[in-house]
Design a protein. Structure first.
Length: 98
């Protein structure tokens, strides 16, 4: 006659399944899962790279501010960045093909 109580093998099997389920849940489905943490780490690295690029751009712009503005520099900035022209002058914009 079989024993109605759970054998040690069944208990270990059940605990193993439970532990495996918990590990899968923590690794993939939890709000702070390993997958989510990996994605956050990738986002952090991308943001740090963008931050470094922006800091370099700020330094470049600060160095531009420190230079005295010559008439030719003012004219170049006015033409390139603001599309200004001299009276009677025709401007042709050439844009690269996409």
């Amino acid at each position: 006659m079989p024993d109605s109580t759970l054998s040690g093998r069944h208990v270990r099997w059940g605990l193993g399944l439970l532990l495996g389920g918990v590990l899968v849940w923590v690794a993939f489905f939890d709000s702070h899962s390993l997958w989510q943490r990996y994605r956050w780490h990738q986002e952090l690295e991308a943001t740090a790279r963008e931050n470094a690029d922006l800091r370099a751009e700020i330094e470049r712009l600060r160095s531009q501010l420190d230079r005295p503005l010559s008439d030719s520099l003012v004219e170049r900035i006015a033409r390139e960045e603001y599309g200004m022209k001299r009276p009677g002058e025709t401007i042709y914009r050439v844009e690269p093909a996409k």
